[in-house]
Design a protein. Structure first.
Lengths: 417, 324
């Protein structure tokens, strides 16, 4: 089915890239790096020296400790109650000075009225822990005050609840915070991966052109076939990379997360991430948007590579195409927040924007099926159109030396090729 | 007339780049099985002609046919092409690159590997098969590229300046390989600005100067026909008699001078004038002209510079230097 020479190009492109050290590094290290970026700060925030986590509470009110202790325990402190006596306080001061405990907190009648408390410590806790302490104290005080008035303390203090009832006929579930994360993160990954691999196609094209091996290759196959082979080859590399990432991700969540939570129970919140993960259908859509996006942009970038003679020229010439990718990434938050306005809908159906913007809407879960179908149809048409134009520019440009063509010259290439 | 007897046939081919005409109304017929030299200074249009044969450039006028057929269909499997500018995939392993170059011309991978290995051994670089191309010297990379050119056993080899960049030993190796292909019936068309090389190898030559064909002939017949045109002399004494009207040019050669005569010159008259002037001749002989001299007779020394082609002017000078 596939011409042998195209197969040879695909095979060469794929193997050369997959075997390169760069690919192995990027594939294995990138997700570790990303995971590290997310998990390590959370881990470090909860971590501290054991002594810092020992906190004595001198409760002059007699009612706050019982409320405060569970909250602080949950946040990772080991709390002990001390009696409101001057010799106890003196002893605690010495313990803090000698680094036996991390600090002690004084609660008194004023705390009950204003939520104000004093923390004695040798080193200032990080802002997150300060905030945790402050809000825990005020919640404990508030809880006591509300209870005096017979209010449902638990419900009030958990921040209340807003139940959203959907009255629209459109199918789809409501978008909560996890969906926002998937929509935005997914769009951003699409942006990065499409750009990364489309630029790879450009560089490969440029390299072949500048080192002139293209003369030998073009004398044995059609330029259009060479371009197609390169794009498919690079595309296959990207799919391999994403498959590995997906596999690693699944592995990490299946084994790593429970282990992490078992080791550090206070990070149990992380398990909520698992619930927010996209299902198979959504992953398939993601791959679909990537593949068509990649084909559109790699065609454009191949044309840019073919019409330039140096990296510098290519850097400049790719700018208009880069804009097509940057504009949607700027608009993505607006689209996630207002997924179904006419503006969002039409922008997301504009093929060059579709991978990023339509994904954002789809991941939010509020897009009718016909729009998803239409988006793919439009992208497919755009891909064919781009392939036609890019193929012509490529055909003329790849063998052309001299200065970069102007727009009217490009137009002539497209007409004459 | 049927052109099936020709491996390459160009008819009235013209190529312009902007206001500059690189090749003008060019006719060329390369019979099957010959070694054909495309000669001329740099910038004269050799590479442009070859690129049009290879379909890398489209002629503005005229037509190209290979083996009497549409070149786009015959080129892939029947033609091996070594461009002037040597390009390789530097990151690939040598044998893989060769195999790839065969594969895009229809040689199955296993067969390509086998042939590639044999060729690498023959050219003395067998031990580099699994090394990356970038680890090799320029000359060795050129060998790899040459193997890539012949890996599909083409019927027509088109070599653009194949000897440039090779040391004398490897030039000899390549010359021998070219003769080998010739013995097996392969048609070889190569361009060069090195006249000596062409003189040793070619059966037919085509001289190009300033985008135009100056001469196109069988080399042996050409030399015989031009025999009256050159006198080899060795003498002692005065030399002002050399400035006669019938002497076009004086070329120093090993052991004397070559006098290039204008058409219709009487060599007896020249000899007489020399003797009268007091020169003592050790040698005065009608000789076969060197190819270089034939070209000078037909194109003129300045021919390459006339058109004001920037690439040609400086390059033409080197061309003549090279040959002395």
């Amino acid at each position: 089915m596939i011409l042998p020479e195209v197969r040879a190009v695909i095979r060469r492109e794929y193997l050369q890239r997959v075997r390169s050290r760069w690919f192995i590094a990027a594939t294995i290290i990138a997700p570790l790096f990303m995971a590290g970026l997310v998990i390590l700060p959370a881990y470090f925030a909860g971590q501290g020296e054991q002594a810092d986590r020992d906190l004595a509470i001198v409760d002059g009110t007699g009612v706050l400790y019982e409320r405060l202790a569970p909250m602080l325990e949950e946040a990772g402190w080991n709390v002990t109650e001390e009696r409101w006596r001057s010799e106890v306080v003196t002893e605690l001061r010495r313990a803090v000075a000698d680094d036996v405990i991390g600090g002690f907190m004084m609660l008194d009648e004023l705390t009950l009225e204003t939520g104000e408390a004093i923390l004695y410590t040798r080193s200032r806790p990080n802002p997150i822990r300060q905030l945790t302490l402050r809000s825990s104290v005020s919640r404990a005080a508030l809880g006591f005050q509300l209870e005096q008035r017979d209010v449902d303390v638990e419900a009030m203090l958990s921040g209340g609840e807003l139940r959203v009832e959907m009255l629209s006929a459109e199918d789809g579930s409501d978008a909560g915070d996890p969906q926002f994360f998937v929509a935005y993160g997914g769009s951003f990954i699409l942006y990065m991966v499409i750009l990364l691999y489309a630029i790879s196609v450009m560089r490969a094209t440029l390299e072949e052109k500048t080192n002139r091996i293209v003369e030998v290759i073009i004398s044995s196959m059609k330029p259009w076939h060479l371009m197609l082979g390169k794009i498919i080859g690079v595309g296959a590399v990207s799919m391999t990379q994403m498959a590995i990432w997906l596999g690693l991700g699944v592995l990490a969540f299946a084994s790593g997360l429970p282990a992490l939570i078992a080791a550090r129970p206070d990070m149990a919140d992380l398990s909520e991430i698992a619930e927010a993960l996209p299902g198979i259908g959504l992953i398939a859509l993601f791959v679909g948007y990537f593949v068509l996006g990649f084909f559109m942009y790699s065609g454009l970038y191949a044309a840019v590579g073919a019409m330039c003679n140096s990296d510098e020229e290519a850097q400049q010439a790719q700018f208009p195409i880069l804009l097509l990718l940057v504009v949607p990434i700027i608009m993505v938050i607006g689209v996630i927040e207002n997924p179904n306005t006419p503006l969002s809908t039409s922008l997301s159906l504009f093929p060059p924007f579709t991978p990023i913007l339509m994904w954002a809407r789809v991941a939010g879960g509020q897009v009718p099926a016909w729009q998803i179908g239409l988006s793919f149809l439009l992208m497919a048409l755009a891909t064919v159109g781009i392939a036609w134009v890019a193929g012509r520019i490529y055909k003329v440009g790849i063998l052309m030396a001299g200065k970069r063509p102007t727009v009217p010259e490009l137009w002539r290439w497209i007409k004459e090729a | 007339m049927s052109d099936h007897g020709f491996a390459v046939r160009l008819q009235g081919v013209t190529k312009r780049f902007g206001s500059h005409t690189a090749v003008e109304d060019f006719h060329l017929e390369v019979p099957r099985g010959v070694i054909y030299g495309l000669l001329g200074p740099n910038g004269s249009g050799k590479t442009t002609t070859i690129r049009m044969i290879m379909g890398i450039l489209n002629p503005d006028e005229g037509s190209v046919s290979l083996f009497g057929a549409d070149p786009d269909r015959t080129r892939r499997e029947k033609v091996g092409y070594l461009p002037e500018e040597r390009g390789v995939y530097k990151k690939m392993k040598c044998l893989e690159l060769i195999t790839f170059l065969g594969e895009i011309r229809g040689v199955p991978r296993a067969e390509g590997r086998r042939r590639g290995g044999t060729w690498m051994d023959r050219l003395g670089i067998g031990s580099w098969a699994d090394r990356k191309v970038e680890d090799l010297s320029k000359g060795m990379q050129q060998k790899i590229q040459f193997i890539g050119t012949v890996i599909h056993e083409p019927e027509l080899l088109i070599l653009d300046e194949p000897f440039s960049g090779l040391d004398p030993i490897n030039q000899d190796v390549l010359e021998e390989i070219v003769r080998d292909f010739h013995a097996r019936g392969t048609t070889i068309l190569f361009s060069t600005h090195l006249m000596d090389q062409a003189e040793r190898l070619c059966e037919r030559v085509c001289l190009i100067s300033n985008a135009r064909k100056v001469l196109d002939a069988d080399l042996r017949q050409l030399k015989a026909a031009e025999r009256k045109g050159v006198i080899a002399v060795e003498f002692e004494g005065p030399d002002e008699w050399l400035r006669g009207p019938e002497i076009d040019r004086v070329e120093p050669v090993e052991g004397g001078l070559h006098l290039l005569l204008r058409d219709g010159a009487d060599h007896q008259a020249i000899l007489r004038r020399g003797v009268d002037a007091g020169a003592r001749f050790l040698r005065f002989e009608l000789v076969e002209p060197r190819l270089h001299e034939i070209f000078v007779r037909h194109a003129g020394v300045d021919a390459a510079g006339d058109a004001g082609v920037p690439a040609g002017v400086g390059a033409a000078a080197t061309f003549w230097e090279d040959d002395r």
